[in-house]
Design a protein around this ligand. Sequence first.
Ligand SMILES: CC(C)(COP(=O)(O)OP(=O)(O)OC[C@H]1O[C@@H](n2cnc3c(N)ncnc32)[C@H](O)[C@@H]1OP(=O)(O)O)[C@@H](O)C(=O)NCCC(=O)NCCS
Length: 163
Amino acid sequence: MNVFRIRPATGHDARVLADMLVEAANWNPVRARSRLTVLDDPAVRHYVVGWQRPGDFGCVAEDAQGVAVGACWARLFPADHPGYGFVAAGVPELTLGVYPQWRAQGAGRALLRELGRTAAARGHARLSLSVERTNFAQRLYLSEGYVIVASRDGSDTMVRTVR
Ligand SMILES: CC(C)(COP(=O)(O)OP(=O)(O)OC[C@H]1O[C@@H](n2cnc3c(N)ncnc32)[C@H](O)[C@@H]1OP(=O)(O)O)[C@@H](O)C(=O)NCCC(=O)NCCS
């Protein structure tokens, strides 16, 4: 049984999102960098800097005590400052992470589904993401209806229609 609940992300969740961004960037422990190094990298940092801007949306999973379990959020990027999973201006790109001690208990899939519902409710037609092909997370995305639309340097850009 899931012992977490999911709520909308707020402006107070910047720290949790930064934690999850570090988890996502460091998914492969062989190539893991320090938290500071990851968050200093402009190509990574722009997924969370200034959270929560207009247009940003997301959700946070919490345990019974209200402690964060993981998060999934999305942000719009302009074509001249794209994210790794950029497909078009107006298509939000998502980031997903679950704290290690909470993995493989359904939180990642639940967060991904909730983000899709939130995106649709906000009037978005699609969500995009970037994932390295060797990250098992890609199987999660495939099983949730995301399709590969571009590939580069071992990473795939994936898109899902949300309504
Ligand atoms: C990817 C991630 C968010 C998944 O979250 P999670 O809560 O562990 O995932 P879930 O429990 O919802 O499981 C989703 C699916 O992945 C599978 N899975 C979970 N852990 C796995 C593992 N270590 N190896 C292979 N498959 C795994 C599950 O079996 C499940 O599939 P199923 O429903 O068919 O059984 C989490 O592992 C994570 O934070 N990883 C590091 C950050 C990251 O890589 N983010 C994505 C960057 S694109």
